[in-house]
Design a protein around this ligand. Structure first.
Ligand SMILES: Nc1ncnc2c1ncn2[C@@H]1O[C@H](COP(=O)(O)OP(=O)(O)O)[C@@H](O)[C@H]1O
Ligand SMILES: [Mg+2]
Length: 139
């Protein structure tokens, strides 16, 4: 039976990196993996409206929030190529972070906060261990 896992987080939190690492890891274990991404250049307001108005057809089995301090996310965005969105300032990212955390706490069922500030490998190991624990499946 397939599992729907969502890796959520604001811009710069590491969602693209962790989604790729997780997909590769699971494929390496022989799982079939279907990986999709929401557009990254949408604001939190649009995201939340989307979630409220267009509920997923299948309830996620697990939602992981990569919780990364605003100044770290900001540094990552700043060092990345490409144009910046209007909300990509440290104070705005701080507010986004609070809203994400609040949102996940409201949806406390099948959600977990993951510290996104560690190295990519450390965050990945944490992601794998949380999925393994929550879905009660050795990974
Ligand atoms: N744990 C990490 N530590 C340091 N840099 C990271 C980490 N995760 C991602 N990065 C880098 O930060 C930038 C943003 O990461 P990305 O995965 O694209 O985040 P998001 O998709 O959430 O915006 C990229 O340049 C990426 O290589
Ligand atoms: Mg991304």
């Amino acid at each position: 039976m397939g599992k729907l896992i969502i890796i959520e987080g604001m811009d710069g939190s590491g969602t693209t990196t962790q989604t790729k690492m997780l997909a590769n890891y699971l494929m390496g274990l022989g799982y079939k993996v279907l990986s999709t991404a929401e557009p990254t250049n949408s604001s939190i307001g649009q995201e939340i409206r989307k979630w409220l108005k267009e509920p997923l057809e299948k309830e996620p089995d697990l939602t992981l929030l990569l919780d990364t301090p605003a100044h770290i996310a900001y540094e990552r965005i700043a060092s990345r190529q490409g144009p910046k969105d209007f909300y990509e300032t440290v104070p705005m990212l701080n507010r986004l972070r609070e809203r994400y955390v609040h949102f996940v706490q409201l949806e406390a069922k099948n959600t977990a906060l993951i510290d996104g500030s560690a190295s990519p490998n450390e965050v990945h190991n944490h992601v794998v261990s949380v999925i393994s624990n929550k879905l009660e499946r050795a990974l």
